[in-house]
Design a protein. Structure first.
Ligand code: GAP
Length: 468
């Protein structure tokens, strides 16, 4: 079967809205820039992604624990982390339309169309160098217009604690979940039995005043991150094999657990220029979205930079005392795999989308563990109380074990069409024969194959398919 044919972002956005995966935020007021809400199906899909991530990265690993820190942290956190001073994205403004673009994204997009021009990495470059490159190569906006020289722009969202004007304390909505892990390092070590090497994971909202917009949910102002800080002693654990094993865990999660097509995945190593100065190595796991290969999940060896910064700014000792060797006290190093949950969701939507031309249907071929509903229950007809009652019983039996949806609208063909479009792997029809022999028709989404299954075996059969 041909996979992922003719997928475009427009088709994904349209299906998402039509079927209830993703809606534009505040649509009745004309929307809000780069902001989206998740509908009934999107909320289920997000929850499945989060749960699978947590299960694989935390629950099933004895060297991992999870936390849930605040969105509002002490403002000094962001001075220590460098976000207040360094989270400055250089911006450029279109001289004609006055639309603003992040300089790195503008240059990247422009270079895609001008492969003959020497590449340039904006990260780590000063405003003057970026400006000089733009001028020398006549980089223009997608509208073909020149831009003003780049300016720095801080993408942290600021708000305030307190209600009395003049006494308000400025704080930031967190720009990443990672800092809540670093600031709790001592608490975690002191309150658990865990010893190095160990990791701490967290899933939660982050906020960035992003400038580049327009790629649906790829980059939004408010988004959810699933981040891990894996702490280790660099004298006892070699960082390279550890880094590699985390790369393998990331790839396994995307390719095996979420069932994403390997042809659409690749690793990209950051160049020396692009890498943060404290990072020894950084890779991005990229997915080929309809607008090209883009970062899905980053992994960086951040050394002991973050903990050391918090030691310097808080004056608190965040070093680790080796329980086996009391002479050995040190600031642990970290490897950080960090991914956006919404970006995983966008990837899942793009990867699942399939136009089955032969059968004139659109199918979201989610791996069953990812599908918003695992099964749909159909009573064959609406006017036969015995069939409705029997189907209700089947619904209740399955709903106790998995996400299931009831559908009695329209003919069976229309119901299949709808369930295919939302990616429900199994449709169960309760009909006249069910009343006689206690069997139902189970129709599989991708192959459209149908079989009769006894109600005694149905739950176990579906569960085994879902857990594959
Ligand atoms: N603590 C490291 C960190 O935050 P990052 O590369 O800035 O690194 C990690 O973010 C991941 O979070 C990215 O790989 C991406 O999946 C996701 N992400 C970042 N900014 C985002 C945004 N504005 N909208 C959606 N996802 C975003």
């Amino acid at each position: 079967m041909e996979q992922n044919n003719a997928v475009t972002l427009e088709k994904i956005a349209s299906l998402s809205k039509r079927r209830g995966f993703v809606y534009p935020t505040s649509e009745i007021y004309g929307g809000l820039t780069s902001s989206y809400d998740y509908g009934p199906l999107g909320a289920e899909l997000l929850r499945n992604i989060r749960n699978l991530w947590w299960h694989e990265m935390i629950t099933t690993r004895e060297d991992m624990v999870g936390i849930d820190s605040q969105i509002l942290l002490h403002p000094e956190t962001w001075v220590a982390s460098g976000h207040v001073t360094a989270f400055n994205d250089p911006l450029v403004e279109d001289k004609v339309t006055h639309k603003r673009y992040r300089a790195d994204h503008l240059i990247e997009q422009w270079l895609d169309k001008h492969p003959e021009v020497e590449k340039f990495q904006v990260d780590g470059m000063g405003l003057d160098e970026i400006g000089a490159y733009i001028e020398e190569h006549h980089v223009t906006t997608p509208e073909g217009n020149e831009v003003f020289p780049p300016k720095a722009f801080n993408i942290m969202f600021q708000t305030a604690i307190g209600v009395v004007e003049g006494e308000k304390m400025p704080v930031y909505l967190r720009g990443e979940t990672a800092q809540g892990i670093f600031t709790n390092f001592n608490n975690i070590v002191n309150s658990t039995r865990i010893q190095l090497p160990f990791g701490v994971g967290q899933i939660g909202k982050s906020f960035r005043n992003e400038i580049t917009t327009g790629q649906f949910i790829f980059r939004t102002l408010e988004f959810e991150q699933a981040e891990i800080e894996y702490f280790f002693d660099p004298d006892k654990t070699e960082w390279e094999p550890l880094f590699k094993s985390w790369q393998e865990s990331m790839y396994h999660f995307v390719n095996e657990t979420l069932g994403i097509n390997a042809d659409k995945l690749r690793w990209r190593r950051h160049s020396d220029q692009e890498r943060s100065f404290y990072s020894k190595d950084t890779y991005d796991l990229e997915y080929e979205f309809p607008f090209g290969f883009k970062e899905l999940w980053g992994i960086a060896y951040r050394t002991n930079y973050d903990l050391q910064q918090h030691i310097d700014h808080s004056g608190k000792d965040l070093s680790y005392q080796d329980p086996q060797d009391h002479q050995h006290k040190f600031v642990p190093h970290v490897i950080e795999p960090a991914v956006g949950v919404n970006r995983l969701l966008l990837m899942a939507l793009c990867d699942a989308y399939w136009e089955d031309v032969e059968n004139k249907r659109v199918v979201m071929r989610f791996k069953p563990n990812l599908a918003p509903y695992k099964a749909a229950v159909f009573p064959l007809v609406k006017n036969k109380p015995e069939i409705i009652e029997k189907a209700r019983g089947v619904y209740d039996m399955l709903a106790a074990k998995m996400g299931v949806v009831w559908d009695d609208r329209g003919n069976i063909g229309k119901r299949y069409f709808y369930q295919d479009e939302i990616g429900t792997p199994f449709c169960i029809t309760v009909d006249y024969q069910t009343l006689e022999d206690n069997t139902v028709t189970v129709r599989e989404r991708d192959s459209m194959a149908q079989e009769r299954v006894s109600l005694d075996d149905l739950t176990a059969k579906l569960l085994s398919e879902i857990e594959k």
